[in-house]
Design a protein around this ligand. Structure first.
Ligand SMILES: *Cc1c(COP(=O)(O)O)cnc(C)c1O
Length: 404
């Protein structure tokens, strides 16, 4: 590494809170599926900023929309109307079939907003006694980093020494509908769940799970809240991952790719009266729904649809998964994925996934380990067949490498 690269890394370590452990590469430019480091080395981005850059780095049409809007008007606050918010509402509602939209910024804020809204719905519509609302969540969930959210995480690293936490959450195993039925009480207002557990290592629930979940929620007047912040907007080969299950959530959170990686934009969508319980002054955000965010999000969802990225995610995802399954390496325990949300789980004896990610970096691929033994693969949805094959060749040589 050159002196300047070491300086960036050392300076970050000296002044920054060390809440991340980045791979030793300093990126300075991106275009489509590619990123370049400060020394000019090119990498295929197989993380896409945790699926926020699904449309590819620096997509020219999103960039143009952002620059154009930034010249006109960036922030009004919701104290006044702006000429982008209504259009954003209209377009996201038409795309997803939802009736109400609440714009926020980060994914965690969208989750917090959904929690507040379903509690309010529980008290004011369902008739739960005040202060008694319960929300059911799953073990190994990841819904963000706020205090409210980490309070119902089951990952010790996420929770330890951040308490005390808010009550009102019950944790059940993921993928087992019988435990949901047992956990529901008259005070249950919602079941909050990821369609596929991304941070847990791309954990796909058994077929039929969500059909049962939907039926249980409907039968018990419990809101089904799907966190599609990572799975949504084409990542799994459908607009929303719920479509694989043939169900509709009552409340859905979107984030990440909602801006194509340009700007933090998130939203809560609801297809019933959950968001309707919010009255002026009861919830808000200075930046939520600002004209710059709305213009960027409008362009981000337009290119996703117009440029066929969702179908491409389905096609290239299938190709990528087949290719990964064809790799004969005794380091691999399991390969799984849906669309371009893929993971290679290594045998514990194969060593930490991070070493494989570092070896991949040397071959021009950036991927991220999760939970010690899993390599997550999630390239931008604009990836081509040639680029998938190029990545598979390098993954095959890396995964057959012996690090022990
Ligand atoms: C990333 C993520 C979040 C949190 O989003 P932030 O923008 O980091 O706050 C929430 N839920 C899921 C499923 C995510 O993948």
């Amino acid at each position: 590494m050159s002196a300047s690269v070491i300086d960036f890394i050392a300076t970050e370590a000296r002044f920054g809170a060390r809440n991340y452990e980045p791979i030793g590469v300093v990126l300075s430019r991106g275009e489509g599926v590619w990123v370049w480091d400060t020394e000019g080395n090119r990498y295929l981005d197989c993380l896409s900023a945790y699926s926020a850059v699904s449309q590819g780095h620096c997509h020219p049409k999103i960039l143009a929309a952002m620059v154009e809007q930034a010249h006109r008007l960036t922030l009004t606050s919701r104290a006044f109307h702006n000429d982008q918010l209504a259009l954003f509402y209209e377009e996201i509602a038409a795309l997803t079939g939802s009736h109400k939209v609440l714009p926020m910024n980060s994914g965690a804020e969208a989750v917090e907003s959904a929690i507040k809204s379903v509690r309010k719905w529980g008290y004011e519509v369902k008739g739960v006694p005040d202060g008694q609302a319960e929300i059911i969540v799953c073990a190994n969930n990841f819904h963000g980093r706020t205090l409210g959210i980490v309070g119902f995480s089951t990952d010790p690293e996420t929770r330890t020494h951040f308490g005390p936490f808010a009550p009102g959450f019950r944790i059940i195993p993921f993928g087992d509908a019988a435990t949901l039925e047992e956990a529901i009480t008259p005070n249950t207002v919602a079941f909050l769940v990821e369609p596929i557990q991304g941070e847990a290592g791309v954990v796909i629930p058994p077929a039929g799970y969500f059909t049962e979940v939907r039926e249980l929620c409907t039968a018990n007047n419990v809101m089904l809240v799907l966190d599609e912040i990572q799975t949504g907007l084409g990542r799994t080969g459908k607009l929303l991952a719920e479509q694989h299950e043939g169900i509709e959530a009552d409340v859905t959170q979107l984030g990440k790719a909602l801006s194509g990686g340009f700007y933090p934009v998130s939203a809560v969508l609801s297809n019933n009266d959950v968001l309707g319980t919010l009255r002026p002054g009861q919830h808000g955000s200075t930046f939520g729904g600002n004209p710059l965010a709305c213009a960027v999000a409008r362009a981000a969802i337009r290119v996703l649809v117009e440029e066929g990225m969702i179908d491409n995610a389905a096609g290239q995802g299938a190709r990528f998964l087949e290719g990964l399954k064809d790799i004969r390496a005794n380091t691999i325990r399991e390969v799984r994925g849906r669309g371009l949300m893929l993971a290679v789980e290594l045998h514990p004896e194969a060593g930490r996934a991070r070493r494989y990610c570092e070896a991949l970096q040397a071959k021009g691929i950036l991927a991220k380990d999760t939970h010690e033994h899993t390599i997550r693969i999630a390239p931008p949805l604009v990836i081509t067949s040639d680029q998938v094959d190029w990545a598979l060749e390098r993954l095959a040589t890396t995964l057959t490498q012996d690090f022990s």
